[in-house]
Design a protein around this ligand. Structure first.
Ligand SMILES: Nc1ncnc2c1ncn2[C@@H]1O[C@H](COP(=O)(O)OP(=O)(O)OP(=O)(O)O)[C@@H](O)[C@H]1O
Ligand SMILES: [Mg+2]
Length: 365
């Protein structure tokens, strides 16, 4: 097992900067996911950690050992890609044993390991089958067993489930997580699927255009996006424009930012770089906008008056567009209170914006 450190890791292909000064520390045993849109540099980053792509500049370390010039086969990593590529002419057992046989491990040890791995992936007794006799999910589990059999220090996954259908993806992502938890190995997982990233990660690194925009827990990323990109890429958000009135010491010593925004006052946790007068974007999740029973709270923080202009019942959720003085707010209601709103098309309502987050606007160019 190992801690993985990336220090200003950069990859250029001619004029294209695929990965741009990425720094990160992934703790021993941690499960970290690189999440981002197509072309943002996830695979390139992973392949540099694997030693399959050479760094243009920067350094990669496993614990304190510099990896920059260590070839892939000497890094002791386990790799899983989109196509699991089992050897079709070899039995399940031979596939799992492949890495160990290559290292000329004693026969008894190899056999014991294969049995242990088959138990772990809940495929005991299936060692003699050929890959063509397995379902897609079983094949992927054998690929995981093959990866784990050599006891690698670091597990690297590049969209290992993206070729599978949805149900299988849902079960296998938990199999991967469980195997990682049980073996306590450091894992770095690449995906562009948010729900996958949210379900399995200790920490998520959101990438955009070769850079890490934000690294943090699911809650950090979802409730406290640090950039406009993160706010809009992860889940849905409403964006309002505002101006910072003040920064105040809030409760529990957490600094609060007070923002004048669409005729109301909004309070949020203050990012470090804000000052009074700054132009900011205020982000509010559709499920964090509450329709109030009446107007008795008008004038309070985060309370706005508006009109329901669109109402779509999707079963478990009710989606609405509420026009607040020309600003369209997307609202999603999923509790039983949604049923009471069904016949409220065109009604005037009051809404409360909860858990807003604030990001400083980039300077105009
Ligand atoms: N061998 C290469 N030669 C030139 N450009 C490359 C090469 N490999 C990757 N790139 C470019 O580097 C950028 C990052 O590519 P990368 O494969 O890391 O993206 P990704 O985040 O994995 O995307 P996806 O989600 O589509 O797999 C892209 O602009 C890509 O076109
Ligand atoms: Mg990729």
């Amino acid at each position: 097992m190992a801690r993985v450190t990336l220090q200003d890791v950069t990859k250029r292909y001619g004029d294209t900067v695929a990965v741009d000064r990425v720094s990160a520390e992934i703790a021993d045993g941690e499960f970290v996911t690189l999440l981002g849109p197509s072309g943002c540099g996830k695979t390139t980053t992973l392949r540099m950690i694997a030693g399959l792509v050479e760094l243009t500049s920067g350094h990669i370390r496993f614990d304190d050992q510099l990896m920059d010039n260590v070839p892939t086969h000497k890094r002791n990593i386990g790799l899983a890609f989109q196509s699991h590529a089992l050897f079709p002419h070899m039995s399940v057992a031979k596939n799992i044993a492949f890495g160990l046989t290559n290292r000329r491990a004693p026969r008894a040890e190899v056999q014991a390991k294969v049995e242990e791995m088959l138990d772990m992936i809940e495929m005991t007794g299936m060692g003699d089958r050929m890959p063509s006799q397995l379902s897609g999910g079983q094949q992927q589990r054998v690929a995981l067993a093959r990866m784990l059999a050599t006891d690698p220090r670091v597990l690297l996954f590049d969209e290992p489930l993206s070729a599978l259908d949805r149900n299988l993806r849902d079960t296998l992502k938990y199999s991967i997580l469980e195997l990682q938890r049980r073996t306590k190995k450091t894992a770095i997982y690449v995906t562009h699927d948010q729900s996958e990233a949210f379900a399995i990660s200790d920490r998520i690194m959101v990438m955009n255009q070769g850079r890490v925009e934000q690294a943090g827990t699911q809650l950090d990323i979802y409730l406290r996006p640090e950039t406009e990109f993160v706010a809009n890429f992860v889940g849905d958000n409403n964006t309002l424009q505002g101006t910072v009135r003040a920064i105040e010491p809030g409760t529990d010593g957490i600094r609060e930012v007070v923002v004048d925004c669409s005729g109301m006052t909004v309070r949020a946790i203050a990012p470090a770089d804000l000052a009074a007068g700054d132009a900011v974007s205020v982000f509010v999740r559709p499920e964090h906008i509450e329709v109030l029973p009446d107007g008795s709270r008008e004038g309070q923080d985060g309370v706005l008056r508006g009109k329901i202009v669109q109402l779509v019942f999707e079963g478990p959720t009710l989606r609405m567009t509420i026009d607040a003085d020309g600003v369209p707010l997307h609202v999603s209601v999923s509790g039983t209170e949604r049923l009471a709103l069904l016949d409220q098309a065109n009604a005037s309502v009051w809404v409360e914006l909860r858990n807003p987050s604030v990001v400083k606007n980039p300077p105009a160019v």
